[in-house]
Write a protein of this length. Structure first.
Ligand code: NI
Length: 211
C-alpha cells in the first residue's frame, strides 16, 4: 500500500506507529561517514525511516534531520523553514524562497547560485546545547527525489537554503563546527544573549534548532 498525499506520512499512524529514534551525538562514527544513495525511494523501509525521522525531529523541536543522525547511513534528509524563521522576503524576481513546508529530500544535490555567503547561527541535535556562527551560500538550487520517487527542484535562499546545506552536510559526514571560520563563535545556547547585546549578528534567533 502506498500513501500518496504527503500528509498521510504524518497522519496515518493506524498502519504503523511511528517511533522516536535515538539521535547520534558528535563523536559517534556514524556522523563522520559518507552516506549511501537510496536505490528505491518508494521501498517500505524508506517510508518507515522517513516517518520516524519526522516524529523524531518534531519531538526534538528541530528544523531538520538527516538519516545518519538516527544511525541510518542513507542519503535522506527532512527539513522545514517556517515563515517566522525565514528572516527574508521571497525574491519575487528570482523566486528563491526563504520558506519551505516539511520536505523529504532523497539523494539530494546542491548547486550554489552566485557567490554570496552569509553568516548565521546554527545548532544541531547531534551537538546539543551549542550554537555556532556558520557561513552558508545565500542562494542555492537543490534537487533530489521525494518519497514517491518524483524529482524535486527548488530554489532556496536565507534560512531555507541554510537548513538544506546543514542537513546535506550530514550526508557527507560533516558537522557545522567544521564549517566555522572562527571557533570563538562556538558557544553555549545559554550565552547567546551576550552576542545579542553586542549586536554583532542580527539574525540570531534563540528558538532556532537545526538538526
Ligand atoms: Ni545537524
Amino acid at each position: 500500500m502506498r500513501f500518496r498525499p504527503f500528509t498521510d506520512l504524518v497522519f496515518a499512524p493506524i498502519f504503523r506507529l511511528m517511533t522516536i529514534r535515538k539521535i547520534a551525538r558528535m563523536g559517534h562514527p556514524i556522523l563522520t561517514q559518507v552516506a549511501e544513495p537510496v536505490t528505491d525511494p518508494t521501498a517500505p523501509e524508506i517510508l518507515d525511516l522517513v516517518r520516524d525521522m519526522i516524529e523524531t525531529m518534531e519531538d526534538a523541536n528541530g528544523a531538520g534531520l538527516a538519516a545518519p543522525q538516527v544511525y541510518v547511513p542513507l542519503r535522506v534528509v527532512i527539513f522545514q523553514a517556517p515563515a517566522g524563521r525565514a528572516g527574508a522576503e521571497i525574491d519575487a524576481e528570482e523566486e528563491y524562497d526563504p520558506t519551505a513546508p516539511l520536505t523529504v529530500l532523497i539523494n539530494p544535490e546542491i548547486e550554489q547560485v552566485g557567490d554570496e555567503v552569509e553568516l548565521g547561527w546554527e545548532g544541531c541535535l547531534s551537538v546539543p546545547d551549542l550554537r555556532g556562527l556558520v557561513p552558508r551560500h545565500r542562494r542555492i538550487i537543490y534537487r533530489g527525489l521525494d518519497i514517491d520517487g518524483q524529482s524535486i527542484e527548488v530554489r532556496a535562499q536565507g534560512f531555507h537554503a541554510r537548513v538544506v546545506q546543514h542537513e546535506c552536510d550530514h550526508l557527507d559526514g560533516m558537522l557545522y563546527p567544521q564549517r566555522m571560520p572562527d571557533m570563538r563563535a562556538l558557544i553555549f545556547e545559554s550565552e547567546v544573549q551576550h552576542w545579542l547585546a553586542e549586536g554583532s549578528q542580527k539574525e540570531t534567533d534563540d528558538d532556532q534548532n537545526f538538526s
